[in-house]
Design a protein. Structure first.
Lengths: 401, 177
């Protein structure tokens, strides 16, 4: 037998090896003065250090620890933590104020920024009144609706100020084009750089608007973001160190909006808020808007753990750690557009559109029901916004040529 | 598993492991109140985790690892903050009082020196020594610290050597204690 390794000598000393190995080592030791000497040294050092370590335990031995009492204290602390979170009444008050301000689909925006920036997401002009966000997306292939509500954070003025300040300090906008009209589908396609699709079920001539390109980049300042979390009352959510200094760039290509029927000035999704006088009048009932946006491009350091960041974002939006984890695990973060469903959307459902999964979100504006149907196909994100009955939304969308 | 039953499971784990976790933290930081605070932090981490996933078979190892990490962090922070105060305290300790308090002072001094050394060697080595001193087997150490079972012996030998070396550098031979 060769000389015994240091590891095995130490393990032998601690009787951590099996009987067979012990016998083998003993046989070797009896004939190898060097190993025997080394074992002696190892044992002596171990004994001296152990004596020192045991000394640490001496003064705590006599203290009795009441685990039940400690558990009660722990639970009380947890309850106190929960109570500092905003109440449901705050949410309700906030919702109505957001509705009154006419930013029906926007309330997520500011509050979402803390989470979404670090998730490399943004509100992109996907239907002007319909702020959509996506998360760390290399190429959007599918849509995942998620009920999120950052509105609790909206009432927090210092928080909003910190967010605004950070955005103005850190976000560098490199493209912010204005929308421009196009007279035909061919013109729109040429301007946008991809083929415009229309709904063959509608025989009336649509209006085409090409949405501008939007791009920005930013460097993430982890300390600052963590301060924002603290201000949001979520000091418990710790951002990973790898996030600091991460460079994130986002590019949203030009989009095409196809508007059918008698649509209000601006976007149909804005109608409910911009013209309260016409509430329930039935005007624009035939208005239908189809938005087409090629998948935005997001560049970020490859070592960013999107799922982990998204879970933090979800928790910031009020989910429990369990819910956030469960949801985060179901999403392929490299290819999924996470579509935040506002709390006041009355319902949403998963449907099949043009052979791919889509999400139909139904709401009720002041002038009656409206809906948004979202799906992704061949790298293009489609949104169909309509007023009135949503029951034919899927059938309409299926006529996309 | 439902959230409710996970909370129930968490409470069971808390009651089962809390005393041992406070015990090891007490050994590390030397202050009972501080140890309970840190233990509470350890269980808060577990609470969050257990809501997320069913605890795997090695909750005990996880708790030890987390507790020793936090304890060593606290020890190192204290060592940095109060090096001057400790040096002053050491002087007072050398000025030995009368027979009655002698043993107590000697013990205090000895604990203080061990903690100082633990704070100054590599945290992973300090952690290994602390967990070994708490009676964990090689198998338990390997599982809790996520190290190769076949290298526990070597790592222990190295950690002990590092401990003794730093001790000698700081305080001379330990027989002086």
């Amino acid at each position: 037998m060769n000389c015994v390794s240091e590891n095995n000598l130490r393990a032998y000393h601690d009787a951590e090896l099996g009987a067979a190995q012990d016998t083998e080592i003993e046989a070797h030791l009896s004939g190898c003065a060097e190993c025997a000497k080394r074992l002696g040294e190892i044992a002596a050092t171990a004994a001296r250090v152990e004596k020192q370590m045991v000394a640490l335990g001496a003064s705590s031995a006599e203290i009795k620890i009441d685990a039940q009492a400690a558990l009660s204290r722990f639970k009380a602390q947890q309850d106190a933590r929960v109570e500092t979170m905003p109440s449901r009444a705050d949410f309700a008050a906030h919702e109505s104020s957001m509705r009154a301000r006419g930013s029906r689909w926007r309330p997520l925006w500011i509050g979402a920024v803390a989470a979404t920036i670090l998730l490399c997401s943004l509100a992109f002009p996907f239907g002007r009144g319909l702020a959509q966000r996506f998360l760390g997306t290399l190429r959007v292939e599918k849509v995942q609706p998620v009920r999120l509500d950052f509105s609790a954070l909206d009432g927090n003025r210092p928080l909003q100020e910190m967010l605004r300040q950070m955005i103005s300090d850190k976000v560098v906008v490199t493209a912010d084009e204005k929308p421009q009209p196009a007279s035909t589908a061919a013109d729109a396609s040429q301007l946008a750089g991809f083929s415009a699709h229309v709904l063959s079920a509608r025989t009336d001539t649509p209006k085409f608007i090409v949405g501008g390109q939007h791009a920005f980049h930013m460097t993430i300042d982890r300390t600052r973001l963590q301060d924002i979390f603290d201000q949001a009352g979520r000091a418990d959510l710790l951002l990973p160190a790898t996030l600091d200094g991460a460079n994130v760039s986002v590019n949203v290509p030009r989009s095409i909006m196809v508007e059918y029927g008698d649509c209000p000035e601006g976007h149909p999704a804005d109608a409910a808020q911009t013209a309260p006088a016409q509430a329930h009048s039935g005007a624009w009932a035939n208005c239908l808007a189809l938005e087409e946006v090629p998948s935005p491009l997001v560049n970020m350091p490859p070592d960013l753990n999107l799922q982990q960041l998204a879970e933090i974002g979800f928790q910031l939006a009020g989910m429990s750690a369990t819910q956030a984890r469960n949801l985060g695990q179901t999403i392929d973060w490299k290819s999924t557009l996470v579509l935040p469903i506002p709390r006041f959307a009355s319902s949403y459902s998963q449907v099949t559109v043009n052979g791919v999964p889509g999400t139909l979100i139904e709401g009720s504006g002041r002038r009656g029901p409206d809906y948004v149907l979202v799906w992704v196909k061949n790298g293009i994100i489609y949104g169909l916004v309509g007023h009135g009955d949503s029951s034919n939304a899927v059938a309409l969308a299926n006529t996309l040529n | 598993m439902s959230e409710g039953s996970r909370v129930g499971e968490f409470e069971t784990l808390f009651v089962k492991h809390y005393p041992r976790i406070v015990g090891i933290l007490r050994r590390i930081v030397g202050d009972h109140g501080r140890a309970e605070d840190l233990a509470s932090e350890v269980f808060l981490k577990l609470y969050r985790q257990s809501l997320v996933q069913e605890p795997d078979g090695n909750v005990s190892g996880w708790l030890y690892r987390t507790a020793t990490n936090l304890g060593i962090d606290a020890l190192r922070a204290t060592a940095r903050r109060s090096r001057f105060e400790q040096a002053a305290g050491q002087d007072a300790g050398q000025n030995k009082p009368a027979e009655n308090g002698f043993e107590r002072v000697a013990r205090f001094e000895r604990e203080h020196r061990v903690r100082r050394v633990l704070a100054e060697i590599k945290p992973a080595q300090a952690q290994l020594l602390l967990m070994r001193a708490s009676g964990n087997s090689y198998k338990e150490l390997a599982a809790a610290l996520e190290i190769e079972p076949g290298s526990v012996g070597t790592l222990l030998v190295r950690a002990e050597a590092a401990f003794e070396q730093r001790y000698r550098e700081l305080f001379g031979s330990e027989e002086d204690v």
